[in-house]
Design a protein around this ligand. Structure first.
Ligand code: S3P
Length: 183
């Protein structure tokens, strides 16, 4: 049970945004700051399957990955609700593009925060990272980014995710999601 008078949101926070937008880094920092539980969806999938995300894409294909992603999300939200633990979830870049994953997040009353970042910076951040099966080349990266924008725009809040991660966390804290409703 929360302490009496503690009326801060108990709803989970879901960080969404394109590959390289900082969901994991920011999510971990934000959770640490708030003293909340942190869940990284991709990590949960990797732990459960014993396979890396690229290996899942390569061996089983994207539809199988999306199925695992949905199940990991369902379990994570279920555990947060059962335990009453507040949680920050770092979603995958494609999670909210899946209608049933988005519906699940909505039914859990998850507050979605979009970590917005210019595509040029995302490209620079991802260029040296090899564990992203959907990062093939610059043209397809830009195309996918453009396709994804309308989905990210459905988030409840958007935050500029450029610059120092600690500043991004401050911007999220400044959104007012965590303020007490009653002083
Ligand atoms: C994906 C993004 C990845 C991972 C998978 C699919 C996507 O997560 O879930 O490779 O569809 O954009 P990150 O956004 O954390 O890289």
């Amino acid at each position: 049970m929360p302490p009496a008078g503690d009326t801060r949101t108990r709803k989970p926070i879901g960080l969404t945004g394109f590959m390289g937008s900082g969901k994991t880094t920011i999510g971990r920092l934000l959770a640490q700051h708030l003293g909340w539980h942190f869940v990284d969806l991709d990590t949960r999938i990797e732990e459960r399957t014993g396979l890396s995300i690229p290996a899942i894409f390569e061996r089983l294909g994207e539809p199988a990955f999306r199925e695992m992603e949905f199940e990991a999300l369902e379990r994570s939200l279920g555990e947060a609700a059962e335990s009453g633990r507040r949680a920050v979830l770092a979603l995958g870049g494609g999670t909210i593009v899946q209608p049933r994953s988005l519906a699940l997040l909505r039914s859990a009353a998850c507050t979605l925060v979009w970590l917005e970042c210019p595509v040029e910076e995302l490209l620079a951040r991802c260029a040296t990272i090899t564990n992203r099966p959907l990062f093939r080349d610059e043209a397809s990266f830009r195309r996918l980014y453009a396709e994804r924008l309308p989905f990210y725009q459905q988030a409840d809040f958007r935050v500029d995710s450029t610059g120092d991660p600690r500043h991004v966390v401050e911007r999220i804290l400044g959104l007012g999601i965590f303020e007490r409703v009653i002083a």
